[in-house]
Design a protein around this ligand. Sequence first.
Ligand code: TXA
Ligand code: MG
Length: 326
Amino acid sequence: MSKTRLIKAVPGSARAAADCLSRGGLVAFPTETVYGLGADATDGQAVARLYEAKGRPAFNPLIAHVSNLDTARQLAIFNADAERLAAAFWPGPLTLVLPRKAGCPVSDLATAGLDTIALRVPDHALAREILRAFGRPVVAPSANISGHVSPTTAAHVFEDLDGKIDLIVDGGPAPVGIESTIVACIDVPAILRPGGLSRQQIEAALGHGLAQAMETAEETPLAPGMLESHYAPRTALRLSATGVEPGEVLLAFGTPLPGAAAMLNLSESGDLSEAAANLFGHLRRLDAMGAPKIAVMPVPYQGLGEAINDRLRRAAAPKEFPVSSS
Ligand code: TXA
Ligand code: MG
């Protein structure tokens, strides 16, 4: 592939995106969480191209996005917990991992051969318009090179994937800024990945507590994508910083520590939603400064803080494979 088209969202761009998907193309589009890189979930070849464009290990399955709950029910088996969560949070930043239904047309490559499938109805007008116009499920991982920081703007997508995908639809910044919370509803519900919905919100909708978030035992990850090093900038991160070392740049939360060579604040007022929305963009910008290290101030663990701390921990973990600079 040579050229990636970057278009602004205007009336008609959902149709252009759907047409491109029908031809087996790869289309990046905004969702409320992060930008997704879409492909026709039922087209094995398109899915293979998607894995290739991202440099994603093929054992890591994808989320199938659909425009509504009825369509989702045709693909997977919903138990009572799944019904409750879907009713409470779809459209929204929730992904459900459910048993795949017999005859589910999603390609085996997209689900990495598992007998479960991850489903999401995104809450973003443009994303839903594309899904409606296309009429089939769309697999959409975050639109970044595998292992790199997730994209919250069309410019982030362009930086990572120019020349590797067909189309990027620019619908402005992704408002939530952190990926969906993944909940498996197989037997007892469990959070596989903290994200844009907090554990407390999910427990309230279920009417009971959840098993503790899965630990990231790398041999048997429940969400196979939960590799220890993920969301990684190239610059090393130093977490829970209570002071700034010479030369370091600072990712602040609340009142910034003094002495940093440069500083970006997740949220001056200590607002966790604002911090989530700023997280990946700030990491990219600090990374681009080429400092020896990024010092990161502590972020509380309550609410969305669980997901923010999860991403920070992964961004700080030693890299398992070199992150491509393309
Ligand atoms: O907010 C989001 O979820 C974004 C937007 C674009 O929708 N998408 C996203 O996709 O974060 P991705 O591919 O970056 O992360 C999907 C995660 C991976 O960790 C993958 O292992 C897990 O979902 N997953 C997919 N199918 C699964 C399954 N059947 N069982 C367990 N985990 C699954
Ligand atoms: Mg991702």
